[in-house]
Design a protein around this ligand. Structure first.
Ligand SMILES: [Cu+2]
Length: 281
């Protein structure tokens, strides 16, 4: 009796793994329905031009691993029952099976090749510097990998956007700096240089489908084109005790509003605070 209870308990425990796995897989596609809204760890709505390509790749890989997961867990559960039965016959010893080994080497290889080929377009569009700063129709935008809108510095534990002075120089004293809040023009291919002041960080804006490591010593050109709105920027690389608070906002605002914001920042910089003093008089 005790053994039976133990066996049933173990079976349920083993079954919970695939059941919860499948629930996570299917349920998270319908947040709030089969899956509590608060735990719906699915992607938020996409607002960037290349986002749909990332989602397609994500779904392709998700289906591949999802099907593999269900299949292998199914076989595992089947084996537990089938080989758990008491048998009278002698155990059969296997010394391997070349045909089987060939199959389970070939199938993953083909799957990896499918992933490798289907990501080529997205990789070129997002990562190649020659593709950066172009509108979706291929025309050149105002920024490029050589002439970026800004530099974004990651450091323990903040994000700092630096906008070039009017002559496009990032080394001068007239550079505009904005911490945590990054402003960029909407519906414009924005290119920036990502750098780190200390350790590894990662620039992650889920709604842009953009995630890029910031590596000390490297200048990494990054780009996106997004719709108007304010979006969460988080650090996606454990970078120290304050990693959790390395959260900023990317404000994508209309182009004219952005120009005005930049001009206001410049005015404040050049006035050196004297405008405020004059007003106070
Ligand atoms: Cu971090």
């Amino acid at each position: 009796m005790k053994e039976l209870v133990l066996r049933i308990a173990t079976t349920i425990l083993f079954l919970l793994v695939p059941i919860l796995g499948v629930w996570t897989f299917v349920g998270s596609a319908y947040p709030g329905k089969w899956w509590p809204e608060v735990y719906a760890a699915w992607f938020p709505e996409n607002v960037s031009t290349y986002g749909p390509k990332i989602d397609q790749l994500f779904n392709l890989i998700l289906w591949m691993v999802g099907i593999t997961f269900v299949l292998t867990e199914g076989i595992l559960v089947w084996c537990i029952f089938w080989y758990g039965k008491p048998r009278k016959s002698k155990a059969w010893f296997s010394h391997g099976n070349h045909k089987l080994e060939l199959i389970w080497t070939a199938v993953p290889s083909v799957l990896l090749l499918i992933i490798a080929f289907s990501q080529m377009g997205a990789w070129a569009e997002i990562k190649f510097t020659s593709h950066m700063g172009k509108f979706p129709d291929g025309t050149e935008g105002p920024y490029s990998a050589e002439q970026p809108l800004m530099e974004v510095y990651a450091s323990q534990f903040d994000w700092r956007a630096r906008y070039a002075d009017p002559s496009g120089n990032f080394d001068g004293v007239d550079v505009i700096e904005s911490a945590y809040d990054i402003y960029v023009p909407a519906d414009t291919p924005v290119v920036f240089h990502l750098k780190s002041r200390d350790v590894l960080h990662a620039f992650f804006v889920p709604q842009f489908r953009l995630k890029q490591d910031a590596v000390p010593g490297l200048t990494i050109p990054v780009w996106f084109q997004a719709e108007e709105g304010s979006y969460d920027l988080i650090c996606a690389e454990l970078c120290g005790w304050g990693h959790y608070k390395m959260a900023g906002r990317v404000h994508v605002i209309p182009k004219d509003e952005f120009e005005r914001w930049l001009a206001d920042q410049r005015d404040a910089l050049y006035s050196n605070g004297t405008d405020d003093l004059a007003e106070a008089d």
